[in-house]
Design a protein around this ligand. Structure first.
Ligand SMILES: Cc1ncc(COP(=O)(O)O)c(C=O)c1O
Length: 370
């Protein structure tokens, strides 16, 4: 029986092994473990590929959001708006600054609904964080228009959207800053934790770099209290190698997703992912919606197909936010979808046979039940 993992990092490593091994060996030879030329080279390459002035690397994608919020001056008493369906890192980073996360229900593409954004803005609102969930851009034009009208900085959470575009422009370049995670399973993943912030704002960049590095630009001269959040040399060297392949990998995911959408289109119970007009979707996650999710999960598992749920609770209903006492009718779309969403395997190295096997298994499950 085939065994289709949810992601296949081993295949990817095998496909670029000589380059990765050489990059790791160089870092070891140079003992450039923290900071130094490998981190600088990656920051330059990443900023260059995004066409922005600054890339500030850090320890992970959660810190990237936290550092950005601190650099934007967010703190206790403030409110920061984000989407109801995102990974908890987004709202954790908001709370970490002392501000309060305010959730907005989602649209049909699983993103912060621009129609429901304005009603959440209060005099305490100090920033908005759209999340480009699953690998495609949120409604950036409309969200940005609301932010601009209210003079609010927009910080894009691009942890799942490396190089996805909205009307031809890369996500992460629309607002004050874009934040990234290089967690191994991400489209651009390190071999450990890593994160980055991109921006064109010189002053913001200076403050972000300062805060991420113990508040110091010069060693032992601490202008403010900061934190220690660094990308290490090994991860930077690995990411520099992988950066050369990201466009091809993103394209491969997109082709796999189109193929799955086509193969599954005759199963009425399955709602396949839709692509927002004018956007490129990099399919970090291939998320379908179905009734009776648990039975399908068990069936696919028995067929050797791994699945996942992103995420079992929309954040307003997560135990961590029970104290906010949100009701289903506060976030009707996110509430309805949280029990229906299911993520199927998705990675560049998926083969035609694997895609067909996934499709055949889903067809068998539903044909037996009709
Ligand atoms: C949407 C989103 N934001 C933020 C993060 C946080 O990234 P990290 O795990 O690198 O801290 C993730 C990672 O899973 C994510 O998916």
């Amino acid at each position: 029986m085939p065994n289709i993992p949810f992601v296949d990092l081993k295949s990817q490593y095998r496909s670029i092994k000589p380059e990765i091994d050489a990059a790791i060996q160089s870092v070891l030879n140079d003992t450039a473990f923290v900071g130094g030329k490998y981190v600088e080279a990656f920051e330059q390459a990443f900023a260059g590929k995004y066409g922005v002035k600054h890339c500030i690397t850090c320890a992970n994608g959660t810190d990237a959001i936290y550092i950005s919020l601190k650099a934007a001056g967010i703190g206790p008493g403030d409110e920061v708006i984000t989407a109801a369906n995102t990974f908890i890192a987004t709202s954790e980073a908001i709370s970490q600054t002392g501000a309060r996360p305010v959730f907005v229900d989602i649209d049909e593409f699983y993103h912060l609904d621009p129609d429901r954004l304005e009603e959440k803005i209060t005099p305490r609102t100090k920033a908005v964080i759209p999340v480009h969930l699953y690998g495609q851009p949120a409604a950036l034009d409309r969200i940005k228009a609301v932010c601009d009208r209210h003079h609010l900085p927009m910080i894009e959470d691009c942890a799942q959207s490396h190089f996805a575009t909205f009307n031809g422009q890369k996500t992460g370049t629309f607002g004050l800053a874009g934040t990234f995670s290089f967690y191994p399973g991400k489209n651009l993943g390190a071999y450990g934790d890593g994160g980055a912030i991109i921006t064109n704002d010189d002053d913001f960049a200076r403050r972000a770099r300062l805060f991420a590095n113990h508040g110091s630009q010069k060693k032992y001269i601490h202008e403010i209290e900061g934190i220690n959040s660094r990308l290490d040399g090994l991860q930077a060297a690995i990411l520099s190698v992988k950066l050369k392949y990201i466009d091809d990998w993103n394209k491969a995911r997109y082709q796999h997703a189109l193929k799955l959408n086509q193969l599954l289109s005759d199963i009425p119970q399955i709602k396949c992912p839709k692509i927002r007009p004018g956007c490129s979707h990099i399919f970090h996650i291939y998320c379908i919606r179905i009734p009776e999710r648990e039975k399908l999960i068990d069936y696919l598992k028995a067929q050797g197909i791994a699945t996942n749920i992103h995420y079992p609770y929309a954040l307003p209903f997560a135990p961590a936010y029970a104290h906010l006492k949100h009701k289903p009718e506060d976030f009707p779309v996110a509430y309805e979808q949280q029990s229906q969403i299911l993520s199927l395997p998705m990675y560049p190295e998926l083969t035609e046979e694997q895609i067909e096997y996934i499709s055949d298994s889903l067809h068998k499950f539903y044909s037996n039940r009709v």
